[in-house]
Design a protein around this ligand. Structure first.
Ligand SMILES: N[C@@H](CCC(=O)N[C@@H](CS)C(=O)NCC(=O)O)C(=O)O
Length: 269
């Protein structure tokens, strides 16, 4: 009897392990969606930082998600205390505020915690949008969010498997396939850029800023190869973005934050 019970328990734990494995496989195949509207539960999470006078931004210079958050904060003129993070040694204060432990994280002065880069962008621009990034010349906010979602999902899926091939099944053997798939997703951007200089008209919008840091990462993985691809509009758009004063001002190097002192005031005056 007892042996049967042990066998049953083993079978059920094996079934559970198989189910978990299948679910994780499925998750890695489907698009990873960033909810456009902050999760109401997430919005309720709060953490008051004693004597805080500015929103605190946990950031990592080279992270494309943190880049787009800094770009939106900068254009909106929203001052923050920037705390530069070392990803392999994240501050306990950041993890306490956001247990998912990804950058960027913003903690507003009222204690509200924003844990998604796109939410931080929208939060900053909804407060102040002097360059009308939320109201593009052509198309609208929802169309921009749809395009961002596609790039964050499918393109990013292939970008990761190209750039960090050794972290995934198939490794280097599949890296080139993923590069081709990722480039395929960029054709949509190339097509848009044949109509105007930026993704949604003749001036920058939320979509350009949210997407460009990832295209930059893709291009930099093998710059020579990227330069030889037949996407001239995209290449020119990326060069304009990476050479812009706005981008360069958001890429200043900062020493890592230590919890003994304040962070850096961002954007710089
Ligand atoms: N969906 C998140 C993704 C942020 C993310 O994955 N950031 C990376 C760095 S680029 C991270 O913090 N990874 C955790 C780690 O490397 O430990 C967002 O949009 O903010």
């Amino acid at each position: 009897m007892e042996r049967n019970a042990v066998q049953r328990a083993r079978k059920s734990s094996l079934r559970w392990a198989i189910k978990c494995f299948r679910m994780s496989e499925m998750r890695s195949r489907i698009r990873v969606r960033t909810p456009i509207t902050p999760d109401p539960m997430q919005m309720q999470r709060r953490m008051k930082i004693p004597d805080q006078t500015l929103p605190v931004l946990y950031s990592f210079r080279r992270c494309p998600y943190a880049m787009r958050a800094r770009l939106a904060l900068s254009v909106s003129g929203q001052s923050c205390e920037l705390r530069e993070v070392v990803l392999r040694d994240k501050p306990a204060e950041m993890i306490a505020a956001s247990p998912k432990a990804t950058v960027p994280v913003l903690i507003d002065v009222d204690g509200a915690i924003l844990e998604e880069s796109l939410h931080i962008m929208l939060w900053a621009l909804d407060r102040n949008d002097p360059e009308n990034w939320l109201t593009p010349e052509s198309g609208d906010r929802d169309q921009m969010l749809d395009l961002i979602e596609r790039i964050d999902g499918l393109f990013k899926h292939h970008l990761d498997r190209y750039k960090y091939a050794n972290r995934y099944d198939g490794g280097a053997d599949r890296s080139i396939d993923h590069r081709a798939e990722a480039l395929g997703h960029l054709q949509e951007l190339e097509h848009r850029l044949t109509q105007h200089d930026y993704l949604f008209g003749e001036r920058l919008s939320l979509a350009d800023i949210a997407i460009a840091p990832f295209v930059r990462q893709f291009a930099n993985t093998d710059a020579e190869w990227f330069a030889a691809q037949p996407v001239p509009r995209l290449q020119a758009w990326l060069t304009r973005f990476t050479g812009s004063d706005l981008f360069l001002s958001c890429m200043t190097k900062h020493i890592a934050w230590e919890n003994t002192g304040p962070g850096i005031i961002f954007p710089a005056a």
